[in-house]
Design a binder for this molecule. Structure first.
Ligand code: HEM
Length: 362
């Protein structure tokens, strides 16, 4: 298939083939490769293998171990009271003054940034400028100079942020990772904090907005969140399968010739194992085009990827989504779109499937 940014890539669509591809070490994540596929031109700052998302074994294996120790389920459970507090605070702000309001810019984005800011121990007063810069970096409505300025701002911010942690460690995630492996370079830590910020903020915010959009079209499931709180978990899992915001995050490039799903892929070919296609494969899910939170006995969705790069923030994202959808259902029982469904704008470009705005009222 031709890529918008030039070149061609294989698209893997069957559920079993996508799992196989994402577990195959012959498919590399190295973004420095000229054929690494992308739907959009990759900014030079991301054409590196400094970020763990772009690393291959054995370097990736060692690095992932360090980060994983910080992303345990136990640690995420420990964060629940504070995440609930933040959710309630941002729901209050959103309710203030009444609707209609834009759920993307006035709720999902600032809330998820505040949560990831908590994880990384970013000072609260810095969140506003980080919010502008993270939006600016992937906003294809901006000029290349404006996007470059946003990237430069983030580079400088995180270099100073991480350098301060080397000098004066605290009781926070970045300091603990440095303490466990003092040989990690400043650059590697800067890439990691930026990955956590982007991964944690953008994908979760998008899942909140697209999840709410889906729930406005299925009011019975939105009402159930209020009346039977234990429905939140299956609703979150089905939304992750159904919406699948990071379909373009799992690109690979073949390091050697290989056969996948009966097709011969040559060394150097770009490969897209499509988690969105896998999550709607009728061989894995009955009536995959339908939103059905109480599916039983079926395969697990691949929204967080699979294999060696499986999302390290999945437990935190699940916690946020569960608390957010439940809080919105309690606070705004009559939540609905403030514009016709076909007028809800989708944001083009970038790696995350996103809405430009979600006007809602209640
Ligand atoms: C709903 C929200 C999220 C979705 C859908 C999502 C999705 C993904 C996917 C598909 C990958 C795998 C990419 C690949 O195979 O190349 C990934 C990796 C990753 N995600 Fe997430 N993510 C979410 C939230 C988060 C959060 C909250 C964090 C941080 C706290 C996070 C941190 C990471 C990291 C560090 C990796 C790299 C893992 C590795 O390379 O070994 N993500 N994510």
């Amino acid at each position: 298939m031709p890529m918008a940014a030039g070149g061609h890539a294989w698209i893997v669509t069957r559920y079993e083939d996508v799992r196989t591809a994402l577990s195959d070490d012959r498919l590399s994540n190295d973004r420095r490769h000229a054929n690494y596929p992308s739907p959009i031109p990759i900014p030079p700052v991301m054409r590196t293998n400094g970020s763990m998302l772009s690393m291959d074994p054995p370097k990736h294996t060692a690095f992932r171990k360090l980060v994983k120790a910080e992303c345990t389920l136990q640690r995420v459970h420990g964060m629940e009271p504070r995440v609930q507090q933040l959710v309630d605070e941002y729901v209050d702000r959103f309710a203030d003054g009444g609707g209609p309001k834009d759920l993307v810019l006035q709720f999902s984005m600032p809330l998820t940034l505040a949560v990831i800011g908590e994880l990384l121990a970013i000072p609260g007063q810095d969140l506003g400028s980080l919010y502008d810069a993270t939006r600016g970096m992937f906003d294809y409505a901006r000029t290349p100079e404006q996007r470059r300025a946003a990237v430069d701002f983030l580079d400088t911010y995180f270099e100073e942020f991480v350098a301060a942690k080397y000098k004066t460690p605290g009781d926070d995630m970045v300091s603990r990772i440095i303490a466990r492996n003092p040989d990690l370079s400043l650059t590697e830590m800067v890439h990691l904090t930026r990955l956590l910020l982007n991964g944690g903020h953008d994908s979760t915010a998008s899942m909140i907005s697209l999840g709410v959009l889906t729930l406005t079209q299925h009011p019975e499931h939105f009402a159930a969140l209020r009346e039977k709180p234990d429905t939140a978990e299956p609703v979150v899992e089905e939304l992750l399968r159904y919406v699948n915001v990071t379909d373009l995050a799992t690109a690979r490039v073949a390091a050697t010739d290989l056969v996948l799903g009966g097709s011969t892929i040559s060394a150097g070919d770009g490969v897209y194992p499509s988690t969105a296609a896998a999550n709607r494969d009728p061989a894995a899910f009955d009536s995959p085009e339908e939103f059905q939170p109480y599916r039983t006995g079926e395969r697990k969705h691949l929204a967080f990827g699979f294999g060696r790069h499986l999302c390290l923030g999945a437990d935190l994202a699940r916690l946020e989504l569960r608390l957010v959808y439940s809080a919105l259902a309690r606070r705004f029982p009559a939540l609905r779109l403030a514009v016709p469904l076909e007028d809800v704008p989708v944001l083009d470009g970038g790696f995350v499937y996103r809405l430009a705005a979600l006007p809602v009222t209640w």
